[in-house]
Design a protein. Structure first.
Length: 55
């Protein structure tokens, strides 16, 4: 493997802090806004792939 960085890159996994659910208008964003550019360009292809794999 190529050495792009001088040392190893390490990710620390720590316990999650307090969780606060998002407001209602953030819930089910993709299903409520399927034609938003982000949903079309990023989310829709991922959803299609998952649906195909778990069909």
């Amino acid at each position: 493997a190529a050495r792009a960085f001088p040392s190893r890159i390490v990710t620390e996994v720590t316990p999650a802090s307090t969780f606060y659910p998002a407001e209602d208008y953030h819930q089910d964003y993709f299903s409520k806004n399927p034609f938003q550019p982000y949903c079309q360009a990023v989310a829709a292809p991922k959803v299609a792939k998952v649906r195909k794999v778990f069909k």
